[in-house]
Structure formats: C-alpha cells, structure tokens
Design a protein around this ligand. Structure first.
Ligand code: NAD
Ligand code: MG
Length: 392
C-alpha cells in the first residue's frame, strides 16, 4: 500500500490524481490533502478520501475545516501554512508526494519531499525551473525518486532509454522534441493578441487546466518553462531540446536517436495518463482515460513556433542558456505578470514586455544556494510590481 500526499489537492492536477487513486483503493491510500482556497471543496475531498492530515493557508481556515470534519466524524488533523505543507511532504509515513501546487509557493514543500527521499511526482514545474541545480542535487543526495507529471516530460521519460542519466549523447539520443499545442492564440495576429481577454486565454483548445498554466500555455511561456524543466530532468543542454508546434496534442513529445529512430508517446490529452504512469511506474495501471482513436484523430500537424508573436518562449530559452538565477527571475516576473493579466491590469503582450523589463533591472547571479534563489525570486517580484506601477 502506497501512502500518498497530494499537495494542491483542489487543483486540476490534484483532482485528476485523486480520481486515479480512487480507482485503485487496494494500492493507494491518501495520507494528506492540501489546499490554499476552496475550503468547502477540500472538506468534501477529506470526507471522500479520509486522509490523516489536511493543510490549509490560515488558522481561521483551519478552525473552520476542523469544525466540518469533526461534524462528519473524521479524525483528520488540520495543519496550517508552509510548515504544515512541509510536514505532510516529509512525514515518515508518506511514500509518494504529488507536487501539484502552482508556482513558486510549491518550492519548499516539494524540496521537503525530495530531501526526505520520497517518490516525488512533479507537476509543479516552477519549483524545478527556479532551483534546478539545487533541486537535482537534492534528488541525488537524498535518493529521492523523481517522476515527471508534465505530459511532455512524462512522454520523454517513457521514450528515453533507462540509463539516460549517463548523458543523452552517451545513450544515443540526438535531441528531444518538445511538442506544444500552440495554445488558443496560435493563429492570432499581433494586433489580435493586443486585445485578448483572460477568459479567452483560459479556454485552452485541448487541455482543461488551472488559470495560471492556461495563460502560460497561451503565451508559450509554459513551453519555455518546460524547456528549462526538460534540461534539468534529462540532463540536456538547451540546444538539445527543440520545440515543435503540434496543434492536436496527441503526440505528447518525442525522442530522436542517432540511428534515425524517433520515439513518440501518444494518447488522449488527459493528465490522468501521466499521473497513472508515474504513480504505478514501472508497472501500468488503469487511469480511466479512453483509448486513443487514431481514426478519429485522422491527422497530425507540425509547425515551427513563432518567437516574434510569442516572445516568452525566446525569453525562457535565453534564461536556460544564461543559467544561474536567470530562470528564477523569469519565473517570478512571469507569475506577477500573469496575475496582473488575469486581473486585467496588463495586456497579453504586456506579459513578455514586463518580464523583459525585470530582466533589464535585476542582474543574474549564481544560484549556489536556496537563499540565492529565493532572493532572486523576491527581487524579480519587486521589480515587476514597480514596473506595473510605473505603467499604471
Ligand atoms: P490549479 O490552479 O488548478 O491548482 C493549484 C493548487 O495549488 C490548488 O490546490 C491550490 O489551492 C494550490 N495553491 C495555489 N496557491 C497556493 C499557495 N500559495 N500555497 C499553497 N497552495 C497553493 O493548478 P493546476 O493546473 O492543477 O497546476 C498545478 C501545477 O501543475 C502547476 O505548476 C502547473 O504548471 C502544473 N501542471 C499542470 C497541468 C494541468 O493540466 N493542469 C499540466 C502540467 C503541469
Ligand atoms: Mg505540459
């Protein structure tokens, strides 16, 4: 029996994870559930999955939840804040941690799971983008098992040889082909992009996701973050990772070998596939996802990404090449910019512009310690807030 903590249980990935877990009660037990908002939903999830712990953001929320859980006859203990998140991520009784908090807020709890040597299912790409070198060192040092949940990275993991950690070239890999749907604005002109709304950005054609990653998908920053994520996960140089726009989102990514073989992982665009893969790896379990109907798909298209209309991808690639705290700066500036776009304080093209401004104001430093990374994150947020004020 694997005992699983789900960080970010009320989110899109969290709910998909609980769906897969509930299909296999003989294999998995839910150890802890965490949420930042949507308290009523968390309470319902606790009643359904009966975890030993729940974690919420404030004392007030905790009091409220304790009341509800006691009334329902549950013994679930309710913890609070970042300390609570870390406690349920590193607890001795936990085997597997699903890291599905969105953004930099997930960094410390995810690292806590890594440092406790857990099996870590990584959806929270921002954590790895911010602190890649330290994160991967911690995985090594503490014997954690890191499995990618991001559909592209999970696909690449499935297509790579088992010994890929020895180095991509040594194992015959020429390059990684990272597929991108192109998002809802793939065919928009620069003028049309100027006028897009948060509702349009959050209506992704193929995937149903949280609001932040939906905006990232629309701006191609998601692909940029994924490029950085791929470099860390698979020990690849940025030039070994090529982005290909594939609007059907049926091929989730590919690996190109020196002998000319190209391996792809395919499936319906449903996150329960990578979640089930990572949960059961190296075995396979039912995920609830319908079988792929190739006749229904009928055709697969591929085009080059347009870095002019979608400069976020270029900014992320440059940050991957620059190294140090550059990815942390881009990530933090992007989080502030996306929030401003979602609250209609910034235009869609303003997201990339704001990130560029931050990169001009804040110098890249070596990312030698967690303190350096957190300091870069703080500085970039401050610079982004200032630039937003200056625009207003
Ligand atoms: P979401 O917005 O639907 O859910 C986020 C979860 O994190 C919620 O449970 C929320 O309560 C919690 N949370 C938010 N802010 C928090 C904070 N400050 N402290 C603690 N908890 C907080 O997001 P999502 O779409 O499920 O994405 C989660 C992560 O998975 C992101 O990093 C995203 O990039 C990644 N991811 C998502 C998908 C997808 O299909 N949704 C695919 C690949 C990767
Ligand atoms: Mg992805």
């Amino acid at each position: 029996m694997q005992r699983v903590t789900v960080l970010g249980a009320t989110g899109s990935i969290g709910l998909s994870t609980l769906d897969v877990l509930a299909r296999h009660p003989e294999r998995y037990a839910v150890f802890a559930l965490t949420a930042h908002s949507r308290l009523a939903e968390l309470e319902q999830l606790c009643i359904k999955h009966r975890p030993q712990f729940a974690v919420v953001a404030s004392e007030e929320a905790a009091r409220h939840l304790r009341g509800g859980l006691q009334a329902a006859g549950l013994a679930t203990q309710v913890l609070v804040g970042e300390a609570g998140l870390c406690a349920v991520a590193e607890h001795d009784d936990v085997d597997t941690v699903m890291a599905a908090i969105v953004g930099a807020a997930g960094l410390l709890p995810t690292l806590a799971a890594v440092r406790a040597g857990k099996k870590v299912l990584l959806a929270n790409k921002e954590a790895l983008v911010m602190s890649g070198a330290l994160f991967m060192q911690a995985v090594q040092a503490h014997g954690a098992q890191l499995l990618p949940i991001d559909s592209e990275h999970n696909a690449i993991f499935q297509c790579l040889p088992g010994n890929f950690a020895e180095g991509l070239s040594q194992t015959g890999v020429r390059r990684i082909l990272l597929t991108a749907s192109g998002g809802p604005f793939r065919n928009f002109t620069a003028e049309q992009l100027q006028a897009v709304t948060p509702a349009q950005a959050c209506a992704h054609p193929n995937w149903s996701m949280g609001r932040k990653i939906s905006v990232d998908s629309a701006s191609l920053m998601n692909k940029g973050l994924e490029l950085i994520e791929a470099c860390w996960l698979f020990n690849a140089r940025p030039e070994q990772v090529e982005v290909v726009v594939h609007p059907q989102s049926v091929i989730h990514s590919l690996v190109d070998y020196v002998d000319g073989s190209v391996l792809a992982q395919m499936g319906n665009p449903d996150m329960r596939t990578p979640i089930a893969h990572a949960l059961a790896w190296p075995q396979r379990i039912d995920s609830g996802v319908a079988p792929l109907d190739l006749l229904q798909v009928a055709r697969l298209d591929f085009t080059e990404p347009d870095m002019q209309r979608f400069p976020c991808l270029r900014l992320a690639r440059e940050a991957a090449e620059a190294g140090g705290t550059a990815p942390a700066l881009v990530n933090a500036a992007n989080e502030v910019a996306v929030e401003a776009f979602l609250s209609e304080r910034l235009s869609f093209p303003g997201i990339a512009a704001l990130i560029e401004t931050v990169l001009q104001c804040v110098a890249v430093q070596p990312a030698n310690s967690l303190e350096c990374v957190l300091e870069a994150d703080r500085r970039a947020r401050e610079a982004a807030q200032q630039a937003l004020k200056a625009r207003a």
